[in-house]
Write a protein that binds this ligand. Structure first.
Ligand code: ZN
Length: 327
């Protein structure tokens, strides 16, 4: 079994939801839970980028569709950061929140290190607000979720304006502060703009290959080639609709996307970002964190070497964090 770093699990919102960890807690949330501490450790997880989702979901009474608003994002962000830090307190010795690179190194066998990742820059009213958030523990910064903002266009923007002037300022400040920029959910132009501006390697934490399934959330080969030049890492996700148009994705589909990433970006630029706790269903055989090792076994069968698979399992993403996080 390889050690694992998962680049995207929706820990923040789940901690605030009684439906997910409520009653049973973070330690063992029951057989149907996609992620909890017991499943993570039995799947040999050592690090997980724990997402803070700064929006409020509600069902539009007219259309019945789920909508998301970011009006209270600052407050929601702080509550989720507080909840993640409270997990560290509750499971002292087993769970650690990464504040600097030293904390990643300390990720010992049988412990889980949480890296706090903000899924969209909505709580920031100006780039300098990142100083406060990074001090609170935010070490990965997504520029957008599926809604555009004053920093960047999202993958769902009608007009792809890419990175704005203040977006560029934000990326430069993130480089300086040791916060890794995450391009998941960003538009094509935003990704290319950031890849030309960022002095540090970036993450595209949870996505799939556009060449295999033309979904707006997936990444193009052009982006993958630029990512290779940047030294960053793309995290292959389990979201079924990203893997296959009909949404009936299997482990084989997931492996196909990973192999495409390996082919275009190279084996040193690929990782895993499941999106556990953020997806209604997963491919069969990959229902929860204890089962992700099956992917790595499948990659060995595809002919990747032990060291290439180890890179995908954790070492590549670890290298990206090492290049940014304060020592
Ligand atoms: Zn997401």
């Amino acid at each position: 079994m390889f050690r694992l770093m998962d680049l995207h699990v929706d820990v923040g919102t789940s901690l605030l939801s009684e439906k997910v960890f409520g009653g049973k807690g973070f330690l063992d949330a029951g057989p149907d839970a996609q992620f909890d501490l017991s499943k993570a450790l039995s799947g040999r997880y050592s690090w997980v980028v724990s997402a803070v989702f700064p929006g409020t979901r509600f069902v539009d009474p007219g259309s019945g569709k789920v909508r998301v608003t970011f009006g209270c994002s600052r407050c929601i962000t702080l509550e989720q950061v507080k909840a993640i830090v409270s997990v560290e307190k509750a499971f002292a010795g087993k769970v650690k929140v990464a504040r600097r690179f030293e904390d990643l190194k300390a990720g010992m066998e049988g412990t889980l290190t949480l890296i706090i990742g903000l899924e969209g820059a909505y709580p920031l009213s100006e780039p300098a607000d990142l100083i406060e958030l990074s001090e609170l523990g935010v070490k990965v910064l997504g520029l957008t979720w599926n809604v555009e903002n004053g920093f960047a266009a999202s993958c769902m923007s009608r007009k792809d304006y890419g990175l704005t002037g203040s977006g560029e300022e934000l990326v430069k400040l993130a480089n300086k502060l040791g916060v890794v920029v995450d391009l998941a959910h960003a538009s094509e132009k935003t990704m290319l703009d950031v890849l030309s501006v960022s002095r540090k390697p970036v993450l595209i934490s949870h996505t799939a290959a556009k060449a295999l399934n033309d979904h707006p959330r997936n990444v193009s080969d052009e982006v993958l080639e630029e990512l290779k030049r940047n030294g960053g890492v793309v995290g292959a996700t389990l979201v079924p609709s990203f893997l296959r148009q009909d949404g009936k994705a299997t482990l084989e589909d997931f492996v196909r996307h990973v192999m495409h990433f390996v082919e275009v970006a190279g084996p040193d630029h690929v990782g895993v970002g499941t999106d556990f706790l953020g997806i209604p269903s997963t491919p069969e055989g990959l229902e929860n964190a204890s089962k992700v090792q099956a992917v790595l076994e499948a990659l060995l069968k595809e002919g990747l070497s032990e060291s290439e698979v180890e890179g995908i399992a954790w070492r590549n993403a670890y290298r990206v964090l090492e290049a940014s996080l304060p020592q």
